[in-house]
Design a protein around this ligand. Structure first.
Ligand code: ADP
Ligand code: ZN
Length: 738
C-alpha cells in the first residue's frame, strides 16, 4: 500500500467545480459538501480526509452533489486527500443509512462503527525486534536472566513483547544491547492471515447432523438471502454443523462473519475452529490492540481475511466480499447495544444479509421468541438438531421447593442440593452452582439502626465485594472501603450482609465441602481475556470440583466432567417487570443446565425456586420447550408485544428531577395522534437515578406493520428540544426496561 499520500493536504492543487457530499464519523445525521480538488477522482464510498473545524477527519464520500449551490461554492472547503484504502461498498453504505434510519441514530455515529480502525491511518511503523547474539553480560541480574531465558531460542522477538513477557523495562534490553549480548533488528512485516482449509478435519456426522449440515451447505452455496434457524439442543453439535456452511463459503472464496455474544469467552471456540480448519480465524473485539485492530481492519477490507469471529461491532466492518453470516446464540441479550447507537446486532445482521443477498444462519438451543415465530410462520428455514451428539442424554431437571426444603437461615444451599453436590464430588465429577449475582452480598445494612448502604449518585444499593474489601455500585462503578463503623449511628462491627452473591456462596460451599476445590467465575474478578481463558482451561482439565459462577459460565463452554448444575435462585430474573422476563429466564436456565452431562455420565439440574408451579419452571422440569413457546407466544400475541407489536422507549434524563419530568411530560403532550399507536407514560424509570441523572421513560407501542421509526422522527422533530443537561435517548425495539 502506498501510504505516502496519507494526510497530506491538497493545498497545492486547485479545486475543481465538482462537489461531493461527505459523511463524517461524528454525531451528525447529514453529510457535508466539499469541493473535489482538480485531478482527484472521487466516487461514492471513497475514504477521504477532510477538514472539519480545526481538525482533519477520516470520512466517506456519500454522494455526488449534482446541483451544488453556486453561491456557496467559494465557502466550501476542499477534500484534503483520498486515502489509499478500499472504498466502502454500496452494500455497507446502504446498511449505514438503514440502521441510522431505523434506530434514529445519527448516520455519522453508525459510520463511525465501520471506520474503527484505530491507528490505521498512521503509516505502519517499523517494529523493532531483539535477538540473543552474544555472551552473557558481566553483571547478571534477575531481570536480565529472565529476559535472556526468553530469548534463548535465538529467534527474533518483538522488542516490547519480550520486555513485557519478561516483566522488565525497555532499559534492561538497551543495557544488554550496549554490552553486545543482544542485537536489535527490524521485524519482518506481518503476513496476511492464512486461509482456512475446508477439508482439514471434517467430522464424522451422525445422520441427523449430516442432513442439517447438508442443508446449511446448500444454503451457503447460493448467492441468495435466506435465514436459517439452526435449532439444536445444547450439545447437539450446532457448531460442527454450521462449520459446514463456513467451509462451503470458504471453498467459494467468500468471506464469513461469525458473530458471538461475548468474544471474551471464545477462547475455546478459536481452538475448535483451528481443529476443524487448520488455522485460527481473525478476531474482532474491543480488547484488540490498536495495531492488531488496524491490521485486521485492513485485511478484512482487502479481502485477505477469510473468516472473522467477532462481537457485535464486527457487523459493521467493510468486508470486501461477505458471503455468509452466522449468529451464534442468537437469542443472547448481549447482541443489543445500549450506548451510542442502540441497535440489535442479530436483527441488523439479518438486514445486512438481506442487503447483500447472502444467507445467514441463526443458531440457538432456545431461540428468541421473535425467531421462533419467524420459523413457525415459515419466514425462516428451521434446521433442527433434536438430540445430543454421541447419544448423551439431556440433563434430568428437578425443582427444589424452597418453601418446603429451604436452606437454614442465612444460608443458600438447600439440603437436597448439598446432598447432590456431595455425591458428585465423591464421584470426582464437577458441580456448578449458578447465581447471577456478582460480589458477596447485594445489600449491606446496620443491625443497630437499620441503615442501608446506597450509592450516592444512583438509585441502587451498594454491593459488598469481600474479595476486594469494598462496597461497589454496579451502575456507576462508585466504590468505598467496607467500613467498620456504621456511618449513621456509629455502632461498631454492626454491619450485616443481606442475600447471596457468588463470593458468599463460595464461602458456604467451602464450609460444606472442605476438601473440594472451588473456583468463582465472575466478570469482576477477571482482569483480562487471558486470565479468563486460563481459568476456563483449568476447569475443563478438571482441576476444580465446584464452580461457582454468574452468567459468564452459561455461555458456550464445554466442561467435560461437569454433570451437576444447581441454580441457587431460579426466580431471580422473573420479577423485574420486563416483558421478556420469562423468555430470558427460560433461556438462561436452559443454557446453564445444558452445561451438564455433555460428554459422559448423566447431567442433572436442580432449580431452587419459590414457585415451582410457574410456567417457566414447569417447562424446564418437563423438558417441554414447545409448551414454553406456546404459552409465551400466545401471551405476546394477546398483549401485542413483539413480534406481534412493536415497542420503542424514550428515556429522558437530567441532573434534577423536575427538569427531566417536565420535559418528558411536554414530549408526551405533543405525541401525534395515531390510532395504531399508544404512548404510555412518562413514568419514573425503575432505575430512577443513574450517575446523578434523574430518569423518566415513555413507552411507545404500535401494531406490527407500523413504521415506528418514521412516527418517532416526526414526533421528535415537532417536539421540545433538549438543551442544557437534558438528554433524550431513543431505543427502538428495547431489550432493557430499566
Ligand atoms: P452445541 O453448540 O449444540 O451445544 P457443540 O457444537 O458444542 O454443541 O457440540 C457438543 C460437543 O460434541 C462438542 O464437544 C463437539 O466437539 C462434540 N461433537 C458434536 N458433533 C460431533 C461430531 N460429529 N463428531 C465429533 N464430536 C462432535
Ligand atoms: Zn452508582
Amino acid at each position: 500500500m502506498d501510504r505516502s499520500v496519507l494526510g497530506k493536504p491538497s493545498s497545492t492543487t486547485s479545486s475543481g467545480s465538482r462537489v461531493v457530499d461527505v459523511l463524517v464519523p461524528v454525531a451528525l445525521d447529514h453529510a457535508y459538501s466539499y469541493r473535489v480538488p482538480r485531478g482527484t477522482d472521487l466516487k461514492p464510498g471513497d475514504v477521504v480526509s477532510v477538514p472539519l473545524g480545526p481538525r482533519e477527519v477520516t470520512a466517506v464520500v456519500w454522494a455526488e452533489n449534482a446541483n451544488p449551490d453556486p453561491r456557496l461554492h467559494n465557502r466550501l472547503k476542499d477534500v484534503s486527500a483520498k486515502l489509499d484504502v478500499p472504498p466502502l461498498r454500496e452494500e455497507l453504505r446502504t446498511l449505514v443509512d438503514w440502521v441510522a434510519n431505523y434506530t434514529l441514530s445519527a448516520r455519522g455515529m453508525v459510520l463511525r462503527m465501520t471506520l474503527r480502525m484505530g491507528e490505521h491511518l498512521a503509516p505502519e511503523r517499523v517494529r523493532l525486534g531483539v535477538r540473543l547474539i552474544g555472551n552473557p553480560p558481566q553483571r547478571m541480574t534477575t531481570a536480565r536472566r529472565r529476559l535472556i531465558e526468553i530469548l534463548s531460542d535465538g529467534l527474533l522477538h518483538g522488542k516490547s513483547d519480550a520486555a513485557k513477557e519478561a516483566g522488565v523495562s525497555a532499559g534492561v534490553i538497551d543495557g544488554l544491547v550496549d554490552e553486545g549480548t543482544l542485537a536489535v533488528e527490524p521485524m519482518p512485516r506481518a503476513l496476511p492471515p492464512p486461509a482456512p482449509d475446508p477439508t482439514f478435519a471434517a467430522p464424522d456426522f451422525s445422520p441427523e447432523q449430516q442432513s442439517a449440515a447438508q442443508i446449511l451447505q446448500q444454503l451457503a452455496a447460493k448467492d441468495a438471502f435466506q435465514v436459517a434457524l439452526l435449532d439444536g439442543v445444547t450439545g447437539s453439535g450446532k457448531t460442527e454443523v454450521y462449520f459446514e456452511a463456513v467451509a462451503e463459503a470458504v471453498r467459494r472464496g467468500r468471506q464469513v462473519l461469525i458473530l458471538m455474544p461475548e468474544i471474551a469467552l471464545t477462547g475455546q471456540f478459536l481452538d475448535r475452529f483451528a481443529r476443524r480448519f487448520g488455522v485460527r480465524p481473525l478476531e474482532w473485539h474491543s480488547e484488540l490492540t490498536p495495531r492488531t485492530r488496524a491490521r485486521n481492519w485492513a485485511s478484512i477490507a482487502a479481502g485477505e481475511a477469510h473468516v472473522v469471529v467477532g462481537a457485535r461491532s464486527a457487523l459493521f466492518l467493510p468486508y470486501a466480499d461477505l458471503g455468509l453470516i452466522v449468529v451464534d446464540e442468537e437469542h443472547d441479550q448481549a447482541y443489543k447495544q445500549d450506548d451510542g447507537a442502540h441497535y440489535h446486532a442479530r436483527d441488523m445482521a439479518v438486514v445486512r444479509a438481506h442487503i447483500a443477498k447472502i444467507p445467514i444462519v441463526l443458531a440457538s438451543a432456545t431461540p428468541s421468541v421473535e425467531s421462533e415465530v419467524n420459523a413457525r410462520k415459515g419466514r425462516y428455514l428451521r434446521v433442527p438438531l433434536p438430540s445430543r451428539f454421541g447419544g448423551q442424554h439431556m440433563p434430568h431437571i428437578e425443582a427444589i421447593d424452597l418453601r418446603r426444603a429451604g436452606p437454614p437461615r442465612g444460608r443458600f444451599i438447600s439440603p437436597p442440593l448439598a446432598e447432590a453436590i456431595k455425591i458428585a464430588v465423591e464421584r470426582r465429577e464437577q458441580a456448578l452452582l449458578f447465581l447471577n449475582r456478582r460480589g458477596y452480598a447485594p445489600l449491606t445494612l446496620c443491625r443497630a439502626c437499620g441503615h442501608r448502604f446506597a450509592c450516592t449518585i444512583c438509585d441502587a444499593w451498594l454491593v459488598d465485594h469481600r474479595f476486594r474489601q469494598r462496597l461497589v455500585c454496579h451502575h456507576c462503578g462508585f466504590s468505598m472501603p467496607r467500613p467498620h463503623q456504621c456511618p449513621h449511628c456509629a455502632a461498631e462491627e454492626s454491619l450485616a450482609a443481606v442475600g447471596p452473591g457468588v463470593e458468599r456462596l463460595q464461602e458456604e460451599a467451602a464450609a460444606l465441602f472442605p476438601d473440594a476445590r472451588t473456583m468463582v467465575l465472575s466478570s469482576d474478578l477477571i482482569t483480562s481475556i487471558e486470565t479468563m481463558r486460563s481459568e476456563l482451561n483449568e476447569i475443563a482439565e478438571g482441576r476444580v470440583d465446584i464452580i461457582i459462577g454468574t452468567q459468564l459460565v452459561a455461555k458456550g463452554h464445554n466442561f467435560p466432567r461437569l454433570n451437576l448444575v444447581g441454580v441457587v435462585d431460579a426466580d431471580l430474573g422473573l420479577s423485574n417487570g420486563d416483558p421478556r422476563a420469562a423468555e430470558r429466564t427460560f433461556q438462561l436456565l436452559n443454557q446453564v443446565i445444558g452445561r451438564a452431562g455433555r460428554e459422559q455420565g448423566r447431567g442433572v439440574g436442580y432449580l431452587q425456586t419459590h414457585q415451582p408451579e410457574h410456567p417457566v419452571m414447569k417447562a424446564l422440569v418437563a423438558c417441554d420447550r414447545e409448551a414454553f413457546y406456546d404459552t409465551e407466544i400466545e401471551q405476546r400475541e394477546r398483549a401485542l408485544y413483539p413480534p406481534f407489536g412493536r415497542l420503542a422507549s424514550l428515556i429522558v434524563s437530567a441532573g434534577d428531577r423536575p427538569t427531566a419530568e417536565g420535559f418528558a411530560r411536554k414530549l408526551a403532550a405533543v405525541a401525534p395522534i395515531d390510532e395504531r399507536i399508544q404512548v404510555l407514560g412518562p413514568a419514573e424509570a425503575p432505575l430512577a437515578v443513574i450517575k446523578g441523572r434523574y430518569r423518566f421513560r415513555l413507552l411507545v407501542k404500535s401494531a406490527r406493520g407500523v413504521d415506528l421509526s418514521h412516527y418517532l422522527r416526526e414526533w421528535l422533530a415537532a417536539g421540545p428540544k433538549t438543551k442544557g443537561n437534558l438528554k433524550l435517548e431513543v431505543d427502538v425495539d428495547p431489550q432493557s426496561f430499566l
